[in-house]
Design a protein around this ligand. Structure first.
Ligand SMILES: C[S@@+](CC[C@H](N)C(=O)[O-])C[C@H]1O[C@@H](n2cnc3c(N)ncnc32)[C@H](O)[C@@H]1O
Length: 453
């Protein structure tokens, strides 16, 4: 294989992947979605084999670009990377994608956008051109922009008029818009303190704490007066969590089929309980407890009322305010699970959370973590699930495989001094808190199953 040049090998990964995608779509009577059209879901979006094909194409294309592009240009693109976050945040805040959508498929002139959101048209044109150059929005004719496949996901769930009438509820029903807006708000406002923090980590809990002049954890700060809109935006982002990953990831992850009727499953730090809802739908004969801080549980009440009105009143689902740094009130549950919670915390806090669960557990209880797995960018012979990637790709498929997880890792560092962990780090975290790591199932989120030691 090494006799093939890296460029040719990358090209052949791309061309065979493209053939696979095109033939899968044409077999289903579909054209491959165009970048120029708004996103429309298709059944093939969730196909696991095609998702791997897409990852390989992205990994190879990104590596091809890094290989052929002048390294000077690569650094000139990477160094001002903050403008991507800043411009996405700006268009989200000023409802640009929403205004364009209401303007029709042919796109809107920046003058017309300016009339609706009050932003100077020349600023709008420059921001939108920066984004269109990176395939977010399309410049149809000079200064006329339409939504494309990517920018259409910035559209919120309400009309611009409804957004303006109730700004606190602006992000309700719009998880991706909420994620983009949070990244451009709390994270971007903290990240300039990244390097000083890493060089002097003893001076604060995280860059976030220095930026917002608070000793509170971001979660507790969200609960403070004045931050209601941020808490609400965060909840909106978490509501999408149920849809972002195939529900099967969680239903097979907790192995509900192997549980007995009325066994108790606790969604620890569950926010509104979007994972518990997917489980409840799949295994309605189990009992569920969703635990979180006060504001999240308030929102959880509305969420369950809208999505499974009988679940709470019948007693199958309990929504419980519980701080996971205090003793776990639900003893001997069949399953305690945490989705994307442990990555929010540094080791000393993660240990307290898992120890509290171990203290409450029965000998047969399982602890299940759904979290991103940090994967080395080179080959990892010690992994229990070693992955052979095609030559000459990176061991973690670069941005095709670990782009989001490595970005999230640094976001966790910036906001909480939290981190994405490797398999060995999870095993060790379990070992010191009385849990044995039995299995790791890789995926868009890895599933780590622990039993009591
Ligand atoms: C990244 S979110 C994950 C939410 C949920 N597991 C999901 O995947 O949708 C982390 C959650 O931990 C909750 N949390 C933070 N500190 C907590 C504490 N001390 N006790 C209980 N929950 C807490 C937050 O309110 C938030 O809902």
């Amino acid at each position: 294989m090494a006799s093939t040049s890296p460029l040719s090998a990358l090209l052949s990964i791309i061309s065979s992947g493209v053939q696979t995608l095109e033939s899968a779509y044409s077999k289903d009577g579909l054209a491959f979605p165009s970048l120029d059209d708004p996103f429309r879901p298709t059944p093939l979006d969730q196909d696991a084999a095609l998702a791997e094909t897409r990852r390989l194409i992205v990994a190879a294309a990104a590596q091809l670009i890094a290989t052929v592009r002048s390294p000077v240009e690569v650094l000139q693109e990477y160094a001002p990377g903050m403008y991507m976050t800043a411009t996405l945040g700006f268009v989200e805040e000023t409802n640009v994608a929403d205004i364009i959508k209401e303007g029709g498929a042919q796109g809107l002139h920046v003058k017309a956008i300016s009339l609706r959101n009050g932003v100077d048209e020349s600023y709008l044109a420059r921001v939108l051109r920066f984004l269109a150059t990176r395939h977010v929005f399309k410049e149809v004719t000079p200064n006329v922009f339409s939504n494309n496949r990517i920018s259409s996901l910035l559209v919120k769930a309400k009309s611009v008029q409804a957004i303006n009438e109730d700004p606190v509820a602006k992000y309700d029903g719009a998880p991706l818009a909420s994620f983009v807006a949070s990244s451009a708000d709390v994270a971007l406002k903290s990240v300039h303190l990244f390097s000083p923090f890493l060089q002097n980590p003893g001076n604060a809990a995280a860059p976030f704490n220095i930026a917002f002049k608070t000793e509170a954890k971001m979660w507790d700060w969200y609960e403070e007066p004045g931050n209601e809109w941020r808490a609400r935006r965060f909840t909106a982002a978490m509501k999408g969590g149920g849809d972002r990953f195939p529900p099967q990831l969680f239903t097979s992850g907790i192995r509900g089929d192997a549980l007995s009727p009325d066994d108790v499953v606790v969604d620890v730090g569950g926010s509104i309980g979007s994972v518990a809802l997917a489980l409840y739908k799949a295994f309605p004969n189990l009992r569920y407890v969703v635990q979180d801080l006060g504001k999240q549980i308030d929102e959880a009440g509305k969420f369950w009322e809208a999505n499974a009105p009988d679940a709470v009143s019948s007693g199958r689902v309990l929504l419980q305010v519980h701080d996971f740094f205090t003793p776990q009130p639900v003893k001997n549950a069949a399953v305690y699970f945490l989705r994307v919670v442990i990555h929010d915390w540094p080791d000393h806090d993660a240990k307290k959370i898992l120890s509290n669960l171990r203290d409450a557990a029965a000998p047969s209880s399982k602890l299940i973590l759904f979290d991103s797995l940090a994967v080395y960018s080179c080959e990892d012979p010690s992994s229990s699930v070693p992955k052979k990637v095609p030559y000459p790709l990176l061991g973690n498929l670069g941005i095709g495989g670990a782009g989001f997880a490595t970005g999230l890792d640094l976001q966790m560092l910036t906001l909480f001094n939290g981190k994405e962990r490797t398999e060995d780090e999870f095993r060790e975290l379990g070992r010191v808190t009385g849990w044995k790591l039995d299995s790791v199932t890789p995926g868009p989120l890895a599933t780590m199953v622990f039993s009591v030691i």
